[in-house]
Design a protein around this ligand. Structure first.
Ligand SMILES: Nc1nc2c(c(=O)[nH]1)N[C@H]1C(S)=C(S)[C@@H](COP(=O)(O)OP(=O)(O)OC[C@H]3O[C@@H](n4cnc5c(=O)[nH]c(N)nc54)[C@H](O)[C@@H]3O)O[C@H]1N2
Ligand SMILES: Nc1nc2c(c(=O)[nH]1)N[C@H]1C(S)=C(S)[C@@H](COP(=O)(O)OP(=O)(O)OC[C@H]3O[C@@H](n4cnc5c(=O)[nH]c(N)nc54)[C@H](O)[C@@H]3O)O[C@H]1N2
Ligand SMILES: [Mo]
Length: 769
């Protein structure tokens, strides 16, 4: 199943990287992608576009969702944001001639990198089984056939997937179209990502999203990081961390790997740092917790806080916990405190892989801080007990009243640039999370009321045959989802696959009987409609909503905007509706924003007037105001975990916890290149990071090529080979390799309880030689 590489051999090297995050290395990294892209067609480096990135009046970066400050730096982009821009603005084109000379079967042998490297898609395409190629078609014919196919299918058998990049306007239209059609199967990339946050944070504090703003990073006294790789995945945050570190704020990191961005940073915008090479140390404490060990760690932190508080109060010293907050705003404290007191340090040490003294040191730093922020990412959410990981973060914050005051709060770092916003405007399979009554009144239709399919359920439906049609608004579903080895053959039994995309990827090649590939504008490009040039909007990781204006000439004259494509499919599949004029919406996205405002007046008041404001407008958050009325029982909840290990499987001899990782040279399934500079890996992605003691115990040698097989009892054989043993500073019993190549190993059923987030950070595997 692993795709072969088409591009020529690369020089492979694995060595320790001594540099800091940022610095000259980041400029070289930008240069490689930007030059690589521009030399293809002789175009200029996209410098003008980079200087418009994340600025008022400019466009919002298509890479991560980290907030865009009201007062941007001269260059408000990072290495990876610049790569994402260069990747979209490439002069390479993936034309009908390209498809005429490569069959789909041949392209299935190409790597993820080579497929996207073919350039921007230029024409609408329809799969032709006779020639096994994609052939160009007219937009009109494409929409007519898609509409007819959708009409013939049962609405509940069609999945409407969205990857988190599409704008608020497009996402609102897309969700509305799906519901008017009769499907609540609004699966989203966030199902594979921060769904554990959406579920867990809501249960703990009543808010599905984080509670901090950028200004809190300036006011905080302590930052705790769990499982988020800032240097690769949200590098602009390094500026906020650097400022905090310089103020002497303790930054305490829990991560199995020593990630470079969490260790030290050279600000590329500081001439002093660039010339002297003097880096800012980021983490003041770095604890290499075992994968899946965070519940144990946080139980230890809380145990120390609670027992220190007991002792302090008994001795008449000031309390360690914020009792006033706990009494007024929370429930469940006694049960949680009892759990922490009962949990033995030996179990905490065994579960976390850390020494008691290290956990105590972290707890003492947290206890001393007046205000603390907990930052976290996939290292917490992508576990069998991922939702409980999130509960534990909240428990820790609640003990000291660290929610709803300056410098304090929960900060889940979102992935795709508008993934949080897509949920805000209705992309959800859960009926209780969408304002269905309001939609019914606004548009005069009866929306589906039953729960739809999230990503994992969509995969189950594809495997069982229940799902017959799939529309993808961006993304690379087959590659990003678990169990890709089982999914791919099942996928081919689909009747209809429609992919709205900017670049070619593997999901487009594993097609249904009737298959369309519909190319769209990138957000960086000019989008001119009947009323003139259009602006779209996105919501960042801290719930601020920004305007994004593209001005670059489109990659091809045949491209349509995402709203135009969604509207055309809606018109073809749905009966006319006197209350909704899709053409008027496409002609003027301001009208879509008015419609969003009408559906969500609590967040989007005066949307069109406010959305160009520098720094975006904040749509508010009740938990931030210490209003926990939306949590069960109307108060913030201390929640007791069901186990100390988040992995969901018992430890067994020679069974490892496999973490699936991102390199510094990829955005999810988009592989820019083969340089994971921070981890010292160059020229290859086929590596298996492992501890030297584990390597020796198994009698393996550095560089040896081995394979992995998944430990599962469902009768499916999941294995991959060709991985190079790479000795690494990683806790014993843990392994690391790159996603998405390894997704063949991830069983569909191995997902977080309740949130169904695939448990990609601890897959039980054995090494095979
Ligand atoms: N350049 C770039 N930027 C991106 C992306 C990208 O691929 N490339 N992807 C975007 C998307 S969609 C997302 S969701 C985010 C993802 O960004 P992150 O949330 O940073 O996700 P990952 O890189 O998957 O891994 C997170 C970290 O978790 C650690 N980890 C693994 N297991 C555990 C554990 O059990 N406990 C703890 N404490 N740590 C653990 C890993 O070592 C790693 O450092 O980034 C977004 N931004
Ligand atoms: N093993 C493992 N699996 C994982 C993860 C992991 O850590 N480990 N992470 C999970 C996470 S956090 C996520 S978010 C998912 C990601 O899953 P997806 O969001 O489905 O995947 P991406 O790789 O982000 O999608 C890339 C494709 O999007 C298309 N695209 C890019 N820009 C645009 C645009 O502007 N418009 C449109 N219409 N299309 C565009 C391009 O065709 C490109 O090929 O993967 C998940 N899978
Ligand atoms: Mo994500």
């Amino acid at each position: 199943m692993a795709a072969k590489r088409r591009s020529g051999p690369r020089k492979t090297s694995i060595k320790r990287y001594a540099g800091a995050a940022g610095g000259w290395g980041s400029l070289v990294g930008i240069g490689k992608v930007a030059l690589g892209e521009s030399t293809a067609g002789g175009a200029d480096l996209p410098v003008r576009q980079l200087l418009r990135q994340n600025k008022t009046g400019g466009f919002m970066c298509v890479s991560c969702a980290w907030p865009k400050p009201a007062k941007p730096r001269p260059a408000e982009f990072c290495e990876n944001g610049a790569k994402a821009t260069a990747w979209d603005l490439t002069p390479r084109r993936c034309t009908p001639e390209f498809f005429a000379s490569h069959t789909v079967t041949e392209l299935l042998g190409w790597s993820d990198h080579d497929l996207e490297h073919a350039g921007r898609l230029t024409h609408p395409l329809r799969y032709d089984a006779k020639t096994d190629t994609y052939l160009p078609c007219a937009w009109r014919d494409a929409f007519a056939e898609i509409g007819a196919e959708l009409k013939a299918l049962a609405p509940t058998s069609v999945v409407f997937y969205a990857s988190g990049r599409a704008s608020l306007e497009t996402s609102y239209m897309y969700a509305l179209m799906a519901r008017m059609y009769g499907s609540q199967n609004l699966a989203d990339s966030s199902n594979m990502c921060h769904e554990s946050t959406s579920v867990g944070l809501r249960q703990s504090i009543g808010s599905p999203v984080g509670t901090v703003l950028l200004e809190d990073f300036q006011a905080t006294d302590c930052l705790i990081f769990f499982g988020q790789n800032v240097g690769s995945n949200s590098p602009r945050m390094l500026h906020d961390l650097q400022a905090a570190a310089r103020r002497g704020v303790p930054i305490i990191t829990f991560n199995p790997l020593k990630e470079r961005g969490l260790q030290r940073f050279i600000n590329p915008q500081s001439p002093f740092q660039m010339l002297t090479g003097v880096a800012t140390a980021i983490s003041s404490q770095y604890h290499q917790v075992k994968a899946g060990g965070d519940i144990a760690v946080i139980a230890g932190l809380c145990k120390w806080l609670i027992e220190s508080d007991d002792a302090a109060r008994a001795a008449g010293r000031p309390a360690v916990l914020d009792h006033a907050f706990i009494d007024e705003h929370t429930q469940g404290f006694d049960a949680f405190a009892a759990f922490c007191r009962q949990t033995a340090w030996a179990d905490i040490e065994a579960g976390s892989g850390l020494a008691r003294s290290d956990i105590e040191m972290a707890a003492a730093a947290y206890a001393a801080a007046k205000a603390a922020i907990a930052v976290y990412g996939m290292g917490l959410t992508q576990h069998r007990l991922g939702v409980q990981n999130v509960h534990m973060v909240c428990n820790l914050l609640l003990l000291k009243g660290n929610i709803g005051r300056p410098g304090a709060g929960a900060c889940p770092v979102r992935g795709h640039s508008n993934v949080q916003g897509q949920r805000t405007v209705g992309i959800t399979e859960r009926p209780e999370l969408a304002p269905l009554d309001r939609l019914a009144a606004q548009y005069g239709f009866e929306p589906p009321r039953e729960k739809g399919m999230a990503t994992v359920e969509a995969c189950e439906g594809i495997l069982s045959g229940e799902v017959k049609g799939f529309i993808g608004l961006g993304g690379n579903f087959v590659r990003a989802a678990p169990d890709s080895g089982r999914l791919e053959p099942a996928w081919r039994r689909l009747r209809l696959t429609v992919q709205i995309a900017t670049k070619l990827n593997r999901s487009h090649l594993v097609n249904g009987a009737v298959a369309y590939l519909l190319p769209c504008l990138s957000r960086i490009e000019a989008d001119v409609q009947a009323s003139g040039p259009q602006t779209v909007s996105v919501e960042d990781s801290i719930s601020c909503i920004h305007a994004s204006f593209g001005e670059r000439a489109p990659a091809s004259d045949y491209l349509l905007s995402e709203p135009a494509i969604v509207a055309a499919i809606a018109k073809a599949a749905l009966p006319p509706n006197p209350k909704l004029d899709w053409d008027a919406w496409v002609g003027d996205y301001g009208q879509v924003r008015d419609a969003i405002e009408a559906t969500y007046p609590q967040w989007f008041g005066r949307f069109n007037q406010r959305f160009r404001q520098p720094g975006g407008f904040y749509r508010g958050n009740k938990a931030r105001l210490r209003d926990f009325s939306e949590a069960a029982g109307g108060k913030a909840n201390f929640l007791v975990p069901s186990a100390l290990s988040a992995t969901g499987f018992a430890d067994e001899a020679d069974v490892f916890r496999l973490m699936t990782l991102r390199s510094n040279d990829q955005f999810n399934t988009t592989i820019y290149g083969y340089e994971d500079r921070f981890r010292g890996v160059s020229g290859t992605r086929d590596v298996l990071f492992m501890n030297a003691a584990d390597r020796d115990h198994l009698g393996l040698s550095e560089g040896q090529i081995i394979g992995l097989c998944t430990v599962a009892s469902d009768g499916h054989d999941r294995r991959m080979g060709g991985l190079r043993v790479t000795t690494y500073d990683i806790p014993r019993g843990c392994l690391g390799t790159y996603y998405p190549e390894c997704n063949v190993l991830m069983p569909l059923a191995h997902h977080a309880l309740e949130s169904l987030t695939p448990a990609a950070k601890a897959i039980p595997v054995r090494i095979i030689t």
